[in-house]
Design a protein. Structure first.
Lengths: 547, 134
């Protein structure tokens, strides 16, 4: 891109000035050394067409779409879910009213684990980390008054159960599946090694999630059947490089899974979607997103020979880093979330959730979630950032760092590949151990004061009094849900439910695609716990491998 | 001064799968010279009490980020009492608001370490509490 002799002169001059990488250079969390100054010599090999190109075209480094935010802002998609369907419906409607543009639903832990609210293991947990969804009744009531044909819904769930309940509601409302826009998280690897939220072992989870992939490739052109999640690995403590290496490796595994069903890569790859963290190290995060796009485009082209450029496009949702939020001086978190949201926007995200300032203490209060949403809106409408695409491109530092992140990530993807791929790496506990190692390293840096956390290990005020009103989830909501569940069971046609569950189990045992049978089971009011138990019978159970 | 090496059980009760903190604490307590048993995820209060008995632990640290702490801590406390393990120190951390931490302390649960707590403060707490007991 720049003349060779000029580059050499610049490199020599900058070294003479002392702008070099040495043992004193600070490292990003991923271990990349950062110089105090970058020059054209640092990116002398950069080829505009090969390495950057244009947004909306391979290698997509500069952005997923040709027009990006000028045409359409990223979706403002706040995670929502607590108590019963009623409380969540109320909060969803509030969020829609104050300007969110997409739904993002999180179920409670019993639901996530395929347990009914009255399961002994569910006691004390119902409606606490998310909304309790025991049956179609809950899904229906949660979505009351929300036009599914006009808004896209992201469901943070990793098995067909809630997806099929959602489809059953759409069917009741006579909305064709082909019109539905949304995402099912559905990522086996992230729930086994990142967020630890499984019903069955990884091989069973992979089979079920590929069922969704296959179904959507045929019937749901506007739905993302998988959201390949890096966020959970990052929140569990890994680095930026590990985050995208694990995620892209998961993507590779899912492409292989789709191909193994006889699908052609271009038939399903365009609808694979991604979900990344936006953490504190501003430039590392921006470069991480750019590197991920370029790497994925190259993998899809070179490894899987995708012909359709849409198969090479990495589209992603971002959530600002929950693990960076502090319980001390919680209002500081507004600033953290803002910086992280900025990184996501500068990195070209398609969708964004911003954390609320009180989330180190509780689920977001109304006031806090309002500010979180306003953060996105102020960035979108007041900062001017949206006027031009990939505004940081061409910066010597940004391009050099993007290159370095890509290179380190490629090495780790190769390592995982040599281990047999992501499924193997997860089954061998490799991913989990890598994450724990990074988490321990980071914590030691914070504990020693090497890494500063404002309000915690610097500028702390131990005598501070908490002045904010945090959200409490009353225990009565668990009782309310138990009553809902009882009523749902009492009012259903029990024979019809049994029949549908038998059919589903039969289909599952035969290794066939389970989606249609699961939709029927959902319509017959089979509960989350009944389907979860079915999965365990067919695919077995999985225990945390521990440290 | 405690006379022997403390044996600590770090447990993740309930369905909450967020184990970053528990893993870090378990690892750090080991580095601090304690014997640590990490239970892994999805432990019921019964499983925790049984492990405490079998492993002859001095203290149990519960990690709870799900908000279910007001149900789980008292349950574990009650089971420990049942098994004659009254003198086992029960402490914990996670997403536990100060108000709840104070309520739990009033019920005989020991130190509650919210986000931002230093490992050193946990180590100091354990050493002090155990030497008082011994």
């Amino acid at each position: 891109m720049f003349k060779k002799e000029k580059m050499r002169a610049i490199r020599l001059a900058s070294e003479k000035e002392g702008f070099v990488e040495d043992l004193e250079s600070p490292l990003t969390e991923s271990g990349i050394s950062i110089k105090s100054l970058y020059t054209p010599a640092d990116i002398s090999e950069l080829d505009y067409f090969e390495d950057l190109g244009f947004p909306g075209k391979p290698p997509f480094t500069r952005g997923a779409y040709t027009e990006m935010y000028r045409k359409q802002l990223w979706t403002h998609r706040q995670v929502c879910g607590y108590g019963t369907a009623e409380e969540t419906n109320e909060r969803l409607r509030l969020l829609n009213k104050i300007g969110q543009t997409g739904l993002n639903i999180v179920p409670d832990t019993p639901t996530i684990y395929g347990l009914d609210s009255d399961d002994p293991l569910a006691e004390g947990e119902v409606g606490r980390e998310g909304v309790a969804i025991d049956s179609l009744e809950d899904m229906r009531d949660m979505l009351e008054g929300i036009p599914l044909e006009d808004v896209s819904t992201s469901i943070i769930y990793n098995y067909p159960i809630l997806f099929c309940m959602y489809l059953a509601v759409a069917e009741e409302r006579e909305i064709p599946f082909s019109k539905l826009a949304g995402t099912l998280q559905n990522d086996t690897f992230t729930i086994t090694a990142g967020a630890k939220a499984w019903i069955v072992p990884p091989s069973g989870s992979l089979k079920l999630s590929t069922d969704v992939l296959e179904f959507c490739s045929k019937y749901m052109p506007r739905w993302n059947p998988i959201s390949l999640v890096g966020y959970h690995y990052r929140e569990a403590g890994c680095t930026a490089v590990q985050e995208i290496a694990f995620t892209l490796s998961s993507g590779i595994a899912y492409v292989e899974a789709g191909l193994s069903r006889g699908l052609k890569v271009d038939e399903f790859a365009p609808r694979l979607s991604f979900f990344f963290d936006a953490h504190n190290d501003f430039f590392e995060e921006v470069c991480k997103f750019r590197a991920a796009r370029r790497l994925w485009a190259r993998i899809m082209k070179e490894k899987f020979h995708a012909q359709d450029p849409n198969s090479m496009r990495l589209r992603f949702h971002t959530q600002t880093a929950g693990c960076s939020l502090t319980a001390q001086q919680p209002l500081n978190n507004i600033i953290r979330t803002t910086i992280q949201a900025l990184a996501a926007v500068m990195g070209g995200t398609q969708s964004l959730h911003t954390n609320s300032y009180d989330e180190a203490l509780a689920l977001p209060s109304e006031e806090a979630v309002r500010i979180a949403l306003r953060t996105q809106q102020i960035i979108a409408h007041e900062s001017g950032i949206t006027r031009t695409i990939d505004p940081l491109a061409g910066s010597y530092f940004i391009e050099a760092l993007t290159n370095q992140i890509e290179s380190s990530t490629q090495d780790l993807i190769k390592k995982i590949d040599e281990m047999g791929g992501m499924l193997s790496a997860v089954e061998k506990n490799f991913i989990q151990r890598q994450i724990t190692e990074s988490a321990i390293k980071r914590h030691q840096k914070i504990e020693s004061g090497q890494e500063k956390v404002v309000g915690v290990n610097v500028f702390a005020e131990p005598s501070e009094k908490l002045n904010i009103e945090i959200m409490k989830i009353p225990l009565e909501l668990e009782q309310k849900q138990l009553a809902r569940l009882k009523k749902a069971r009492r009012e259903r046609d029990e024979a019809k439910t049994r029949k549908a569950l038998h059919k589903l189990e039969d289909v599952a045992r035969k290794g066939l695609n389970t989606i249609e049978a699961t939709i029927e089971a959902a319509k017959a009011m089979a509960t989350t716990g009944e389907i979860g138990a079915l999965y365990r019978r067919v695919y077995g159970t999985y225990t945390d491998p521990g440290l | 001064m405690i006379k022997r090496i403390p044996r600590i059980l770090i447990a993740k009760p309930g369905l909450d799968g967020h184990d970053r903190g528990a893993r870090i604490v378990a690892s750090a307590l080991r580095d601090a010279g304690m014997e640590v048993i990490y239970s892994g995820l999805h432990q019921t209060p019964e499983m925790i009490a049984n492990t405490a008995l079998q492993e002859n632990v001095d203290a149990i640290g519960l990690s709870i980020l799900s908000g279910a702490h007001m149900t789980i801590f008292p349950k574990v406390r009650a089971l420990l009492k049942e098994k004659g393990l009254d003198d086992v120190l029960l402490f914990g951390g996670g997403v536990i608001p100060l108000e709840d931490a104070q309520k739990l302390k009033a019920e005989g649960i020991g130190g509650i370490f919210p986000p931002g707590s230093s490992i050193q403060s946990i180590v100091d707490y354990i050493k002090e509490a155990l030497s008082k007991r011994d």
